[in-house]
Design a protein around this ligand. Structure first.
Ligand SMILES: NC(=O)c1ccc[n+]([C@@H]2O[C@H](COP(=O)([O-])OP(=O)(O)OC[C@H]3O[C@@H](n4cnc5c(N)ncnc54)[C@H](O)[C@@H]3O)[C@@H](O)[C@H]2O)c1
Length: 245
C-alpha cells in the first residue's frame, strides 16, 4: 500500500493489539503516525520510528480528545486519517438479566461515547480541509449479538449506527467514515477471554480460525488510504465468512 508524501494518521488504541499493528504498518509505509492510548504508547512509537509521536489519551474525556486532535493538527499541519481501535470487552458470560449496570455504562462510554468524542474534533477539521478518512473498529458482535456479551454487543451496534450517520452527513465533504467488523482476531484482548467464550466465537467462523493482526492492519490501512474513496458509512466485514452481508 502506498500513501501520498506527508500522509498523516492518528491511531488510537495503539499500545496493543490491532491498533499497534496498524500503527506499525502505516509507519512502515511512510505515514507519519501519532500513537494514542490511555496506556502510554511511547514504547510503541519509539519502536516503529519514522517520526512517530506518542501521547496518552483517554477517549472518554471529550476535552482531552479536542486538545489532542487539535494539538496533532498544529504539529502535523493536518490529519489525513483517524483510526480508532480503542475498546474494551467488559464482563462476559453474563446473561442480560444479570448485567451489571456500572460495567454496562463503562463499556458503552468507551466503545461508543468515546468514539463520538474522538470523531468530533477530527470531523470538524477534516471537513474544513476537504479530506479525511475515519475508521472505527466495531465487531461482529455489533451485527449479530454475542450471547453473554450484552454491553459489548450493544456498544458495537451503536458504533455501527454512528458510523452510518457520520458517513451520510459528511459524504459531500471529502471525508469518509467507515467501520470494520472483525470476528476473532488473535490479540491480547482475545487471549484474556475465557476459553469457552473464544470457542463460542471461532466455532461460528466458516474458516474455523482467528483472523491475524496483519490481515486486520492491511485492511484498515487500505480503508484509510486515498484509494478507498467511494465507500462511506459502511461496515467492512472481516469474519472469515461468518457475516456475508
Ligand atoms: N481482537 C478481536 O478479536 C476483536 C474482534 C472484534 C473487534 N475488536 C475490536 O478491536 C479493537 C481493538 O481490539 P484489540 O483486540 O486490539 O484490543 P487490545 O486490548 O489489545 O487493545 C485495545 C487498546 O485500547 C486501549 N483503550 C481502552 N480504553 C481506552 C480509552 N478509554 N481511551 C484510549 N484507549 C483505550 C487499551 O489501552 C488498549 O491498548 C477494540 O475496539 C475491539 O473491541 C477486536
Amino acid at each position: 500500500m502506498t500513501y501520498p508524501e506527508g500522509y498523516t494518521a492518528a491511531v488510537v488504541g495503539a499500545a496493543s493489539g490491532i491498533g499497534r499493528a496498524v500503527a506499525e504498518r502505516l509507519a512502515r509505509a511512510g505515514v507519519r503516525v501519532a500513537c494514542l492510548d490511555r496506556h502510554d504508547p511511547a514504547e510503541v512509537a519509539a519502536g516503529i520510528g519514522g517520526g512517530a509521536v506518542a501521547q496518552a489519551l483517554d477517549i472518554t474525556d471529550a476535552a482531552a480528545c479536542e486538545r489532542t486532535i487539535g494539538g496533532l493538527w498544529t504539529r502535523f499541519g493536518k490529519l489525513d486519517a483517524l483510526v480508532n481501535c480503542a475498546g474494551v470487552v467488559g464482563r462476559t458470560n453474563i446473561i442480560s438479566e444479570d448485567v451489571d449496570h456500572d460495567d454496562f455504562e463503562t463499556v458503552v462510554r468507551i466503545n461508543l461515547t468515546g468514539a463520538l468524542f474522538l470523531s468530533q474534533p477530527a470531523l470538524r477539521r477534516m471537513r474544513e480541509t476537504g479530506y479525511g478518512r475515519i475508521l472505527h473498529v466495531a465487531s461482529i458482535a455489533g451485527k449479530e449479538g454475542n450471547a453473554g456479551m450484552a454491553a459489548y454487543s450493544a456498544s458495537k451496534a451503536g458504533l455501527i449506527g454512528l458510523v452510518k450517520v457520520m458517513g451520510k452527513e459528511y459524504a459531500e465533504s471529502g471525508v469518509t467514515v467507515n467501520a470494520l467488523s472483525p470476528a476473532v482476531i488473535r490479540t491480547p484482548m482475545v487471549a484474556a477471554l475465557p476459553d469457552a467464550q473464544v470457542k463460542y466465537m471461532t466455532d461460528k467462523i466458516p474458516m474455523k480460525r482467528c483472523g491475524e493482526l496483519d490481515e486486520a492492519a492491511a485492511m484498515i490501512g487500505w480503508i484509510v488510504s486515498p484509494e478507498c474513496g467511494f465507500t462511506t458509512g459502511f461496515t467492512f466485514d472481516m469474519t472469515g465468512g461468518r457475516a456475508v452481508y
